[in-house]
Design a protein around this ligand. Structure first.
Ligand SMILES: Nc1ncnc2c1ncn2[C@@H]1O[C@H](COP(=O)(O)OP(=O)(O)OP(=O)(O)O)[C@@H](O)[C@H]1O
Ligand SMILES: [Mg+2]
Length: 473
C-alpha cells in the first residue's frame, strides 16, 4: 500500500483526511496515511517514508509552509505536494505554486474536492514515472503470436507461458544467446496483467558493479560523488510491473547478496538512503549460462538461485528445432522488410534446407542478422544460397555436378537432392539426425539416398561444416 503524508497542526483535520484516504474510493486505492503536526515532524517522517504525495498546511507552528516547500520537494522525491490554505490568500498560493507545489486546496474543503486533487496528484506521479520508463523502454508489447513456435519444443514453452503469466512467481529463463529470452520475458509480462504496467529491463553484465547497484535500487542525492540528483532505481520504476534482470549470472557475489536480501524482505533502499521502499515488481531473470553449474563453481549463490528459479524455462537452441526455421524466416523477412523498406519474400525450398542445416550458434538473432545482410544484397525478391556465406558453395558430399550458373532454377528433384546433401553434411552423416532435420522417416531417407545414388557411411562421412565465420555487415 502506498503511503501519503498530511502535514497540519489541526489534529481533527488530520484525522478526517486519514479516515477518508485510508479507504479506497472508486479506482483510487486506499493509503497508509501518516500525519505530522509541525515542520520538524514532517522532516522526521519523510526520512523514513516515501509518500505517493503530500498534503501540507501553509501555517505551521514552527514555520511557514511556503518556506518549507523547497526542502519538502527534496525530501519527498517525486511525490506531488498539495498545499492547504486557510483563507483566500492568493498571493501566498501563487508563491507556493511557483516554488513547485502541485496544487492547492482552499479550506474549508469537502471530501469531493479532496478526491479530485488526490486523483490529479496520483495521475501526475504516474505520468512522470511512465516517462522515465518510456525513456528506456519504447518497445511495443509482445504477444504470444509474436513467438514462432512450430516445433514441439517451442510449443511446450508457449504452453508454459500461459500458466506462468497468471502467477507472480519469479521466473528464470535459460538459453543460449539469441534464443529469444527477452522476447519470452516480454510476452510473460504482457499477459501478467490486464492493464499496461512498466517492463523495466537491465543488463547486469553491461554495467560496472558500483553503478549497477544504483541502477537497480536508485540513489539519494549526494550518496556518492556525482550523485547530484535523487535517482529512481529500476526496482522503483518497475512499480507493480516486471523487472527483467538480463545476464544475471554476471552479477558479482556481493551484489547477489544484496539482491537476495531484497527478494527475501520484499523491500529495498536507495543507495545512501534509509527509507524502505516496497518491492512490488515481478522478477524475471535470464542467463545464457547454466546457472546450476555456476552455483557448483561457486560463482553464483545457491540461495539466490533457489529464489529465482521458482519457475524455470529452458529455451532450446535453434539447431535443435529446425522445424521453426521456415516460419521464422518468413516472419523475420517481414520484419526486415519493414525496417529496410525492401521486400524479399521468396525463399526457395533448397535454401530453406540449407538454412535448416546450419548450426546457428547465435540462434534466432544470428538468423535475423544473416537474413538482413542477404536482403540488403539481394538483387531481386528471391533469396538464393549465394547470399549466405555460411552455406557451402558446393555440396560437400560426393559432389557430382558443379553448377555452371549459380542462380539457375532447380528441378524439384535437384532441390531435394541438395537439401539431403546439406543435412548429411551438417550431421556428419548421422542418419537419425539427418531424418530429424529433413523431417522424414528413416525408410524414406534410405529410399531417397538410393534414388540419388548417395552413400552415407562411416567411410564416406564428411567432416561437418565449420562454424560459420560471420562477415561484417
Ligand atoms: N521464437 C521466436 N519467434 C520470433 N522471433 C524470435 C523468436 N526467438 C527469438 N526471436 C527474435 O530473435 C531476436 C533475439 O531474441 P532475444 O533478444 O529475445 O534473445 P536473447 O535470448 O535475449 O538473446 P541474448 O542472449 O543475445 O540477449 C529478437 O529479435 C527476437 O524477437
Ligand atoms: Mg537478451
Amino acid at each position: 500500500m502506498d503511503s501519503l503524508l498530511v502535514i497540519d497542526d489541526n489534529a481533527s483535520l488530520c484525522e478526517m483526511l486519514k479516515l477518508q484516504l485510508e479507504e479506497s474510493e472508486g479506482d483510487r486505492p486506499g493509503f497508509q496515511v501518516e500525519t505530522a503536526g509541525s515542520a520538524a515532524e514532517a522532516r522526521a517522517r519523510l526520512a523514513a517514508i516515501q509518500p505517493a504525495f503530500v498534503l501540507c498546511d501553509m501555517r505551521l507552528p514552527d514555520g511557514d509552509g511556503v518556506d518549507l516547500l523547497p526542502e519538502l520537494k527534496v525530501l519527498a522525491g517525486d511525490a506531488p505536494i498539495v498545499i492547504m490554505t486557510a483563507h483566500a490568500d492568493m498571493e501566498t498560493t501563487i508563491r507556493a505554486m511557483k516554488l513547485g507545489a502541485f496544487d492547492y486546496l482552499q479550506k474549508p474543503f469537502d471530501q469531493d474536492e479532496v478526491e479530485l486533487v488526490v486523483l490529479r496528484a496520483l495521475d501526475l506521479r504516474r505520468q512522470s514515472r511512465r516517462a522515465a520508463v518510456l525513456a528506456v523502454d519504447t518497445a511495443a508489447p509482445q504477444r504470444v503470436d509474436d513467438i514462432v513456435a512450430e516445433s514441439p519444443q517451442m510449443k511446450s514453452i508457449v504452453k508454459q507461458i500461459g500458466k506462468i503469466a497468471a502467477s507472480r512467481a519469479s521466473v528464470l529463463i535459460q538459453g543460449e544467446s539469441g534464443t529469444g529470452k527477452e522476447l519470452i520475458a516480454r510476452v510473460i509480462h504482457t499477459y501478467s496483467s490486464d492493464v499496461p504496467r512498466p517492463f523495466v529491463g537491465i543488463n547486469c553484465s553491461a554495467i560496472v558493479d558500483t553503478l549497477l547497484e544504483s541502477e537497480l535500487f536508485g540513489h539519494e542525492k549526494g550518496a556518492f560523488t556525482g550523485a547530484a540528483q535523487t535517482k529512481y532505481g529500476k526496482f522503483e520504476l518497475a512499480e507493480d510491473g516486471t523487472i527483467f534482470l538480463d545476464e544475471i549470472a554476471e552479477m558479482s557475489l556481493p551484489l547477489q547478496a544484496k539482491l537476495l536480501r531484497v527478494l527475501q524482505e520484499r523491500e529495498f533502499e536507495r543507495v545512501g538512503g534509509v527509507k524502505r521502499l516496497p518491492l512490488r515488481a515481478r522478477i524475471v531473470a535470464a542467463t545464457n549460462r547454466d546457472l546450476a553449474a555456476e552455483v557448483r563453481a561457486e560463482r553464483f549463490r545457491e540461495d539466490l538461485y533457489q529464489r529465482l528459479k521458482v519457475v524455470t524455462l529452458e529455451l532450446p537452441a535453434l539447431r535443435e528445432r529446425p522445424a521453426d526455421i521456415p516460419v521464422l524466416v518468413q516472419r523475420l523477412l517481414g520484419r526486415i522488410g519493414d525496417r529496410l523498406g525492401k521486400r524479399v519474400t521468396r525463399v526457395p525450398a533448397e535454401l530453406l534446407g540449407h538454412l535448416q542445416a546450419l548450426p546457428w550458434h547465435g540462434n534466432v538473432r544470428e538468423l535475423e542478422n544473416t537474413l538482413t545482410r542477404a536482403v540488403v544484397l539481394a538483387p531481386g525478391e528471391v533469396l538464393v544460397p549465394e547470399l549466405f556465406p555460411a552455406i557451402p558453395a558446393e555440396p560437400p558430399v560426393r559432389s557430382v555436378v558443379r553448377e555452371e550458373s549459380p542462380q539457375q532454377l532447380l528441378s524439384l528433384a535437384e532441390a531435394e537432392r541438395r537439401a539431403i546433401l546439406a543435412a548429411i553434411a551438417h550431421t556428419g552423416g548421422h542418419k537419425g539426425r539427418t531424418c530429424e532435420i529433413l523431417q522424414i522417416s528413416r525408410p524414406t531417407l534410405e529410399r531417397k539416398l538410393q534414388k540419388y545414388g548417395l552413400e552415407v557411411g562411416e567411410a564416406s562421412r564428411p567432416t561437418p561444416p565449420a562454424r560459420p565465420t560471420r562477415s561484417a555487415g
